[in-house]
Design a protein around this ligand. Structure first.
Ligand SMILES: [Mn+2]
Length: 359
């Protein structure tokens, strides 16, 4: 286990008075041990960490974790039994567990089989260890975003009226997968015309037609790390109203991008964008938060939203994605992904943001 991550875990265990931790979240397992199979558990005692997984993953777990002990979960030796043995060998009595991840019935089973062990819910404390990214993690996220930028450039070259939303999805996804992505960070959104008024519309066989907004929101996974970006274009010539809405969203985004720096809360950054949209008279049409952090998961903490009290720190990532959505008319969202630096932020997204008309 990486020394820095081990120290973070030891500090958390000391703070909470824990003898051991049970890691159940696949991304937390990967972050702490390198094992990317996402199946099983990681037991962390004061002196050792052990991966518990089944026979489909034992070889992979040994290889990826750089030599951590791996115990095989089998019909004869279920994980409650293995966990009980580990705790007993280490003399552990208090066990932290991921209450936001494990099923109630699994925790209940453990509590029944491990009588005498005190179970301590960890809340989001393990996820919080992942908030500040290392330079190596940031490079993976930047690479994932670069693959997205290339896919968007490819899309601009092939985008035509008459294509369906699903055609647009396939162009973006196949380009990303042919150029280094191992997968998608989420289901690609391509929302045209009135569909673009739904921030998370599912793609349909609707054909693009002159006068449509087209919003594409997509991202990929590179070496485990996610990317996320959104662009909105107009099919044909933009109307005056479309141009006004687009420019308002863009000004709101630029205002927030200029503001981001360590020391501001997520709510303060959100307000920078929200006030621009409010002053333009569209406040009622921007319902969601301004952004979220991105890492091994597509949606991580802290958020940029009216209720986010967490303070930004260098090394965090954030999306900046204001939008305006007018029912029955259409919507615009523009999203970049940034890394917070010592004195501002570094934008990891390079796709153009001037209003693009597809003729
Ligand atoms: Mn996003």
């Amino acid at each position: 286990m990486d020394g820095n991550r081990r120290r973070k875990l030891t500090g958390l265990m000391e703070e909470l008075g824990l003898d051991a931790l049970l890691v159940a979240d696949g991304c937390n397992m990967r972050y702490l041990t390198g094992f990317s199979g996402g199946t099983g558990y990681v037991y962390v005692g004061r002196e050792r960490a052990v991966i518990l997984t089944d026979s489909r993953y034992t070889t992979q777990a040994k290889e990826e974790s750089g030599g951590l002990a791996v115990l095989e979960i089998s019909r004869e030796a279920g994980y409650p039994k293995l966990l009980g043995q580990l705790l007993s060998e280490d003399g552990g009595r208090t066990l932290g567990f991921e209450d936001g991840v494990m099923l109630y019935r699994d925790v209940a089973e453990l509590q029944e089989k491990l009588a005498g062990i005190v179970f301590v819910p960890l809340g989001g404390r393990l996820d919080a260890l992942r908030r500040i990214k290392t330079p190596e993690e940031l490079e993976k996220i930047a690479e994932a975003e670069r693959i997205g930028d290339q896919a968007f450039a490819h899309l601009l070259g092939v985008l035509r009226p008459g294509m369906t939303e699903m055609d647009v999805v396939v162009e973006l996804e196949s380009h990303m997968k042919r150029n280094g992505a191992s997968g998608l960070s989420f289901e690609t959104i391509a929302a045209s015309g009135p569909h673009s008024a739904m921030p998370h519309a599912a793609p349909t066989m609707r054909r693009l037609a002159a006068g449509d907004f087209l919003t594409v929101d997509f991202g990929c996974v590179y070496d485990g790390y996610c990317s996320d970006m959104t662009r909105t274009v107009v099919i044909g010539k933009a109307s005056g109203r479309q141009r006004e809405i687009y420019e308002t969203v863009l000004r709101a985004q630029e205002e927030a991008l200029r503001a981001i720096r360590p020391g501001l809360t997520g709510a303060q950054v959100d307000e920078k964008a929200r006030s621009v949209i409010g002053q333009a008279g569209y406040g009622a049409f921007f319902g969601h938060g301004l952004g979220h952090s991105v890492g091994l998961y597509i949606h991580e903490e802290p958020r940029l939203s009216p209720s986010e009290t967490a303070v930004l720190e260098a090394g965090m990532t954030e999306t900046v994605e204001p939008g305006i959505y007018i029912p029955d008319f259409g919507g615009v969202r523009i999203e970049d992904l940034v890394a917070v630096t010592e004195d501002g932020c570094r934008n990891l997204t390079f796709s153009p943001k001037e209003l693009i008309e597809i003729r």
